[in-house]
Design a protein around this ligand. Structure first.
Ligand code: DX5
Ligand code: ZN
Length: 253
């Protein structure tokens, strides 16, 4: 089963345009609009339906769903039943980020719980290629997440098989942390790798994203901005999402 067509066209159409078509025709710049993925980790869990409805009304593109197991990361967050509950109310694709050991054991369960995109951590997968293939076989987009210490060069042989790279811009496990400054350089190097390998992978930034760093991240090559506390701690979350979405950056291609 594939994700709904409008989703595929909207989300991955731009990647194809950037990586394959435009370089053939032009050296012009391209005005990019980022994809925005509010992270429900920062939502009010006692009012989850209300907060998902807010994301539905907003200009957000995806809903980011963080799964933590208390082993790969020190924290425990949400699992399959909560994913199902969010999916029942969500009108936007569910972007599931698995911060768990042996994520292969839960891919099918999260697909059945409504995941459209599933990212597994490079650091947790002995057989990463197999895990990505399994995710695609389930009809999801397949993402690889990398911790702040993991070099971009470790993705050399897998980048062509990934639909998404989640660049952790904080150490995974908690919301509300400050973005690690090395992220900007790392994203530029990842963008170069993606273009060199002719990969269609989108670059997602996860952790500490706010209005101050959004433009720099996009200029470096990011496509998707995850934002948790910046969105949910604001008096008007919809306005914050709209402001992030309006961070238009001219990127040379
Ligand atoms: C951190 C999670 C993030 C988190 C981001 O381990 O992967 O998705 O929700 O939250 P903020 O935007 O508050 O840093
Ligand atoms: Zn995340």
């Amino acid at each position: 089963m594939q994700p709904p067509l409008p989703f595929r066209q909207k989300v991955w159409g731009e990647g194809l345009l950037t990586s394959v078509l435009l370089p053939i025709f032009t050296l012009q710049s391209l005005h990019m609009k980022p994809l925005i993925a509010p992270s429900v980790l920062a939502a009010d869990f006692a009012n989850l339906q209300r907060d998902v409805a807010m994301i539905n009304r907003s200009q957000a593109d995806w809903i980011h769903f963080d799964v933590m197991d208390g082993q790969f990361v020190p924290n425990i967050s949400m699992g399959v039943p909560v994913c199902q509950a969010v999916h029942r109310h969500a009108r936007k694709p569910l972007d599931v980020h698995l911060m768990i050991v042996q994520p292969e054991r839960y891919l099918e369960a999260f697909r059945e719980a409504g995941a459209d995109i599933i990212s597994v951590h490079y650091e947790t997968c002995i057989h990463l290629h197999r895990a990505l293939e399994q995710i695609k076989m389930l009809g999801c987009r397949a993402g690889v997440a990398i911790n702040p210490h993991t070099p971009v060069s470790d993705l050399e042989e897998i980048i062509a098989d990934a639909d998404l790279v989640n660049v952790m811009s904080v150490n995974p496990g908690f919301g509300g942390q400050k973005l690690i400054p090395n992220t900007f350089n790392k994203v530029s190097r990842l963008k170069d790798l993606i273009l060199r390998r002719r990969s269609g992978a989108l670059i997602e930034i996860d952790g500490g994203v706010n209005q101050e760093n959004a433009a720099g991240l996009l200029a470096a090559g990011a496509d998707v901005l995850v934002a948790g506390s910046f969105v949910f701690s604001a008096p008007n979350s919809e306005e914050v999402i709209a402001a992030l979405k309006a961070t238009v950056v001219t990127r040379e291609v």
